[in-house]
Ligand binder design. Structure first.
Ligand code: ADA
Length: 570
């Protein structure tokens, strides 16, 4: 599937397919790896693909080396783009190191000079050992499996000699008038002027002479025959921008998102979020998903009456976001950083997190489906020392994109002290399920209403300035096929009761702006560690299991939304 942006003038090589593969396992650290003629590529692996789910290397950790040959490559400046991989990699063009990838799931861009036209060899050495990461963004014991492989498409393109357009960032300037602000990023243009041909949709291009400042030209233009984007009518426009040397096509939607007086507003109308958390996780291929599989998930989410997906816990595949744009599913996108406590997010490390946030925002900037940028899931937001770090990171996100809301999901209940700079207060809680001793006579779901009330009582206080309150995680596990008429924990009945009571309690409390249930599908987690930690090696809180087989909870929640959640139907 074609994703946006695209560059029709650039010669492009789509490199997805079957690559040569050499498994080095634990024999050499990534930092010491150097491709040599002795390296024997005696296997094949799919790209995109993961190397640690198949029969040969099930859950193995080590170094896997991918190789492909690319024919008829012209001399000149090239760009290699990998949508995301894990955990880290070193990239070689004809044996010469040309780039590294230091953080799982982040897009990788690698620009280099190709001196001679002809056939060339591309090697990507991918390491999924935790210790191979320069900074441990991904840690052992995360409740989602650290897959090894090239997760997303690989594309090589020839960059133009002059006037390269990096991206066009599009934001809605005036919803009623259909005007948009275009920020054309021209990294090679010094301050001065540039002539840009700009066309919306299939329209005729018009030429604009624009000032360039700090590598960007900014224009505010009306979109002819515009239509706004919304979940009910996900209308998309394109804009094509041409310089003397380059041409880019970006896709966007005209819409606004605001938070005020404890509510969310989309295009000026109140918005209520009925949603789920979704990991991009397939039992056999991890984060590698087909368009059909992604569409199936979108159908399942929408068919349950939901309009929102919290896409956890890392930057997403651009194809997934394109599909959310096309299908009118609202999205929260977040960077990697899960359950990091005292040691991890400090003034010494915050630039690493800021860098991750900026890359995610720049990559996903034009998706109208994205309404919230987020970071640091369940980290140390109860600590005084964290306040400047959270403040800095949230302000930095706003500087990157003032048009969207920013948040982080907190599990600190009423102890959180970092929400000042966030736009939305997002709360993760599992009353009666995680973190407290249940009473064997009481159904777990009975703990939900008091918790929902206590949290809202706390966060509606004056010092929280009327920020909307979102229940960003709530849920419980249910094992597909395990039934018990007396609601035994882990049964489908138990889970259905728990999740529908959660939806009821939240929808009945008008102080919430919505919720995202934990979670959409069962997802591969860790196997070792606490022996009873993750049953089957999966997090089993899905409305559907890992094969998307529907559990009782799915229909129970859909029914609850239909009867209790009419607020979502604006
Ligand atoms: C946390 C975390 C989720 C998941 C959940 C659980 O809230 O944010 O990723 O691990 O706990 O099911 O334990």
């Amino acid at each position: 599937m074609m994703t946006y942006p695209n560059f029709p003038e650039r010669t492009t090589f789509e490199l997805d397919g079957v690559w040569d593969f050499a498994w080095l396992g634990n024999t050499v650290p990534l930092a010491d790896f150097q491709p040599s003629d002795d390296l024997v590529f005696d296997e094949k692996e799919a790209v995109p693909g993961v190397f640690d789910m198949g029969v040969k290397r099930y859950e193995a950790r080590g170094l896997g080396v991918y190789r492909t040959r690319v024919k008829n490559v012209p001399a000149g400046k090239l760009r290699l783009k990998i949508g995301g991989l894990g955990l880290v990699a070193r990239i070689y063009w004809d044996g010469v190191l040309t780039g590294t990838a230091d953080c799982a799931y982040l897009p990788v861009t690698c620009d280099f000079q190709n001196r001679i036209a002809g056939e060339h060899t591309l090697i990507i050495a991918v390491d999924n050992r935790y210790a191979s990461q320069p900074y441990p963004f991904f840690r052992a014991g995360y409740d989602f499996y650290a897959f090894g492989g090239i997760y997303r498409s690989v594309r090589l393109s020839v960059l133009p000699e002059t006037d390269r357009i990096e991206r066009v960032q599009i934001t809605t300037e005036d919803l009623a008038a259909g005007t948009v602000r275009l920020r054309v990023l021209l990294p090679e243009n010094a301050d001065g002027t540039v002539a840009l041909d700009i066309a919306f949709d299939q329209g005729k291009p018009e030429t604009y002479h624009c000032a360039v400042k700090d590598g960007a030209a900014v224009l505010v233009l009306p979109v002819p025959s515009f239509r706004c984007w919304s979940p009910e009518s996900p209308f998309l426009h394109t804009v094509t921008v041409r310089t003397d040397g380059d041409r880019i096509v970006e896709r966007f939607g005209i819409r606004t998102i605001e938070a005020r007086n404890g509510k969310l507003y989309l295009n000026g109308s109140e918005l209520y979020l009925h949603g789920v958390n979704r990991h991009a996780s397939r039992p056999q291929s991890g984060p590698v998903e087909t368009v059909h599989e992604m569409m199936e998930d979108i159908h399942l989410i929408k068919h349950a009456g939901m309009n929102f997906v919290r896409s956890v816990h890392y930057p997403q595949d651009q194809t997934w976001l394109d599909l959310c744009d096309e299908n009118g599913l609202l999205v929260w996108e977040e960077t990697l950083g899960w359950g990091l406590r005292e040691d991890a997010v400090t003034e010494q490390t915050m630039e690493l997190f800021a860098g991750q946030n900026r890359l995610m925002i720049r990559e996903s900037f034009n998706h109208p489906s994205i309404i919230i940028w987020a970071m640091l899931n369940e980290c140390a937001s109860q600590m005084e020392e964290s306040r400047p770090v959270y403040g800095y990171l949230l302000r930095d996100m706003k500087a990157e994109d003032p048009s969207r809301l920013r948040s982080y999901a907190s599990c600190m209940h009423t102890r959180d002290i970092c929400f000042d700079e966030a736009d939305v207060i997002s709360l993760n809680t599992y009353p009666g399920w995680i973190g407290e001793a249940g009473d064997s006579e009481t159904l777990a779901s009975e703990y939900i209403p008091p918790r929902v009330k206590d949290l809202a009582d706390h966060y509606v206080q004056e010092q929280f300035c009327g920020k909307p309150i979102l229940m960003s995680e709530i849920g419980a596990c249910g094992l597909y096929g395990f039934h018990d008429r007396n609601y035994a924990p882990w049964s489908e009945e138990f889970q259905a009761d728990y999740m529908s009571k959660a939806v009821q309690a939240i929808c009945a409390d008008s102080r919430y702006c919505g919720y995202a249930l934990w979670q959409f599908c069962d997802t591969r987690s860790y196997q070792r560690g606490a022996i009873r930690g993750k049953t089957r090696g999966f997090n089993c809180a899905g409305l559907v299991d890992e094969y998307r087989r529907i559990k009782l909870v799915y229909d129970a929640v859909a029914e609850t939304i239909r009867s209790a959640g009419k607020k979502g139907e604006k």
